[in-house]
Design a protein around this ligand. Structure first.
Ligand code: ZN
Length: 129
C-alpha cells in the first residue's frame, strides 16, 4: 500500500489530489489493475468530480455546508457532527481503473480529498489490486 499526507488549510475544502495519486501509483510499480483511494478519517472524504473548473468543487463544498448545518441539536459532543455527516454522505473511497500505469479518468475528472473539519494534516491510502 502507498500512503501520502496532505495539509488542509480551512474547515471545508476540496483538494485535487489526482497528481499525488498518480505519483503513488508510479511508486507502487504496478501497471494494471484497480486503484483504490481511501480516506482513513471520519471527517474527511474522497470523491471524483470535475477538476477543469474549480468552481465545481467550491459549489459542492458550499452546497454540502448548506445541506448539513454546523449547529443543530446533534448528540455528538465534539462539535463536529456536521463534519462526520458530510464524510458519510460523500464516502471515504473511490476506485479508478489503472491501465499501463495511468489512471483512467474522464477528460474533466479529478480525484479530490474532501476536508470537512480542517485545517489538519490528512492521510490518503492508495492500493492497487
Ligand atoms: Zn467528532
Amino acid at each position: 500500500m502507498e500512503k501520502f499526507s496532505i495539509s488542509t488549510t480551512t474547515r471545508n475544502e476540496l483538494i485535487d489530489i489526482t497528481r499525488r495519486v498518480q505519483s503513488a501509483v508510479k511508486d507502487s510499480g504496478v501497471k494494471d489493475g484497480v486503484c483504490t483511494v481511501y480516506c482513513p478519517h471520519t471527517t474527511g472524504a474522497i470523491t471524483i468530480n470535475e477538476s477543469a473548473d474549480p468552481s465545481v468543487a467550491s459549489d459542492i463544498e458550499r452546497k454540502l455546508k448548506k445541506m448539513v448545518p454546523k449547529n443543530e441539536n446533534y448528540s455528538h459532543a465534539e462539535g463536529n457532527s456536521d463534519s462526520h455527516i458530510k464524510s458519510s454522505l460523500v464516502g471515504n473511497t473511490v476506485q479508478v481503473i489503472l491501465d499501463n500505469g495511468s489512471l483512467q479518468l474522464g477528460t474533466w475528472q479529478g480525484i479530490f480529498f474532501c476536508e470537512f473539519d480542517g485545517p489538519r494534516t490528512r492521510n490518503v491510502w492508495v492500493k492497487i489490486s
